[in-house]
Design a protein around this ligand. Structure first.
Ligand code: SF4
Ligand code: SF4
Length: 301
């Protein structure tokens, strides 16, 4: 990917080229997309090996696991368990608290980009979707992303009223995680349906509109310490908007805020929206070096 000579939009770049970035001098290095994929694949390789050859490093699935003996529990799973059973074992409380504290530091929705196995499949779907839209084979369909809060609430109510973790039947993340750790199941057909929906109907629809796991991490992310930071090198080219599937969080990159910022002497700002997944795609493609990761609490450390 050569963002210095072409605008690195999804349309202008091949999927493979986005795994590498270049300095102005032409030196290649791993993009954030490459780094994320390495992290996601490594995590799931550990899940697989822990079961397959019993190395006992990262056991279980993304719903609930043990890393070197320490429990880790997904917060949305915990909420469902509590509402369905009115009971929370101490290990679940400890495992959930550990996860919440961790994501308070590294960004709530970073789970979606740096951990979730469906996230990387969805990125392939996004490229295919964009190609079909560019060739005018399908139309771009966008909905109000806030519908995710309604789905979140619906799944919570279902757990409460039925006494079952109803969402787990549809949970593509859990299905994939169990597939990687333990092997095939027919439920993979549902993952394929969701993927095809994203390719042919709406860009990254599961993550944008539906997934209550991501929504829960978003609630944590609202106050988390690691953020994307914008600076006034920005020339408002909007390439970051093109590559970001949650681009409502990048509203601050628009030129309409410049006058207000100049008056207040603001040169840098944080992307504070709860929906930022800290995927780093916007940083990868910015030709003005106007975006970077920054730790909000660094002054305290
Ligand atoms: S932050 Fe970078 S990619 Fe985004 S609009 Fe500004 S210059 Fe373009
Ligand atoms: S703002 Fe940047 S880091 Fe956040 S989701 Fe969008 S592309 Fe990814």
């Amino acid at each position: 990917m050569d963002k210095w000579n072409t605008r690195a939009t999804i349309k202008n770049t091949s999927f493979l080229s986005t795994f590498f970035d270049k300095t102005k001098e032409g030196k290649s290095f791993f993009s954030y997309r490459m780094k994320r994929w390495i992290v996601v694949i490594s995590i799931h390789l550990l899940f697989f090996l822990s079961f397959a050859i019993d190395i006992q490093t990262l056991e279980g699935t993304l719903n609930g696991s043990r890393i070197l003996g320490f429990h880790l529990i997904d917060p949305f799973t915990t909420i469902q368990v509590f509402l369905a059973t009115y009971h929370l074992p101490i290990n679940v409380i400890i495992g959930t608290s550990t996860i919440i504290i961790f994501y308070l530091f590294v960004g709530g929705k970073s789970y979606c980009s740096w951990v979730c196995p469906y996230g990387i499949i969805s990125e392939i779907g996004e490229k295919l979707h964009n190609t079909l839209v560019t060739k005018k084979i399908i139309k771009e369909r966008k909905f109000d992303h806030r519908v995710r809060h309604i789905f979140w609430f619906m799944f919570i109510i279902m757990a409460f009223t039925s006494g079952y973790l109803v969402f787990e039947t549809f949970n593509v993340v859990g299905i994939l995680s169990r597939f990687i750790a333990y092997g095939w199941s027919l439920a993979l057909g549902w993952v394929l349906i969701v993927f095809l929906l994203e390719v042919f109907f709406s860009r990254r629809a599961w993550c944008t509109y539906l997934c209550p796991i991501g929504t829960t991490y978003g609630y944590i992310g609202k106050v988390s310490a690691l953020r994307v930071q914008w600076n006034d090198n920005c020339d408002h080219c909007m390439v970051c908007h093109d590559v970001c599937f949650e681009n409502q969080v990048l509203d601050l990159t628009k030129a309409k805020y410049d006058k207000q910022r100049e008056e207040k002497g603001i040169k840098t700002q944080y992307v504070t929206g709860a929906d930022c997944t800290l995927c780093g795609r916007c940083i990868d493609v910015c030709h003005a070096d106007a975006l970077k990761f920054d730790f909000r609490l660094k002054g305290l450390v």
